[in-house]
Design a protein around this ligand. Structure first.
Ligand code: SF4
Length: 227
């Protein structure tokens, strides 16, 4: 058990160092709290991300939308990018799509704040809500990977075509990707429809399929051991 705890602490330290390196930090004085838990590590990552100029999305944003939820969550939901409401409030999934996401999670027994951590592929709003571009995804990827390594969820729920394609590095449409479990680092990844897509397409069929995906996520969450 002690070995596991040490390995986890070293993994967290390695990810933190990679994060600082990505931010251009070359000199890191180590204090007494250099092995923070997930709460401290995420807080520090968010603080260090403030003012990030690494891609052109920095020019139009109001706020960096880092992520919200339980730093020790077993389920991590990853969307595409902040929208207008998120850009103003600095939190992911706060508009109508966010309300639907909360209900979708509740439908399979997940409490959004207690059981989940929610973030996006890129942390700044693209102009006119366009899709993030490949250079922007690449620039922001170290921050998402640092979040994943810190939280170490059992299950990643990829919300929408764009997030699923970016995470799985494929061009397959969401209709083909969803409904299956993919190995993803030391976790599993389950793609499903973005709640905004479900709002635009209110027919029952897409909602039924999304519910099937959520039930699959719940089964995987129960099946895999907590960390
Ligand atoms: S999207 Fe990511 S990499 Fe680009 S400016 Fe925002 S935080 Fe930095």
């Amino acid at each position: 058990m002690e070995t596991e705890a040490l390995a986890e602490a070293l993994r967290s330290l390695a990810e933190s160092l990679r994060f600082y390196q990505a931010m251009g930090v070359t000199d890191l004085p180590l204090g007494r709290d250099y092995l923070p838990g997930p709460e401290g590590a995420l807080q520090r990552q968010e603080e260090n991300l403030q003012g990030c100029p690494r891609c052109k999305l920095s020019r139009g944003r109001t706020t960096i939308v880092f992520g919200t939820g339980n730093p020790r969550a077993g389920l991590m939901c990853i969307g595409e990018a902040p929208g207008a409401d998120e850009d103003v409030q600095g939190k992911p999934f706060v508009g109508r799509a966010g309300q639907l996401l909360t209900k979708m999670l509740q439908s399979v027994g997940f409490d959004r704040d207690r059981d989940c951590y929610i973030t996006n592929i890129v942390k700044c709003r693209p102009p006119a809500n366009r899709n993030p571009e490949s250079d922007e995804i690449a620039a922001c990827e170290p921050f998402l990977l640092a979040q994943l390594a810190t939280i170490q969820p059992r299950v990643v729920l990829a919300l929408g075509s764009f997030a699923a394609q970016a995470l799985l590095r494929t061009k397959e449409p969401i209709g083909k990707l969803r409904g299956r479990v993919y190995p993803y680092h030391s976790m599993v990844l389950i793609p499903t429809f973005h709640p905004a897509f479900l709002l635009r397409n209110p027919g029952q069929e897409f909602r039924r399929l999304a519910w099937e995906d959520l039930k699959l996520a719940r089964r995987e969450y129960e099946r895999l051991p907590s960390r």
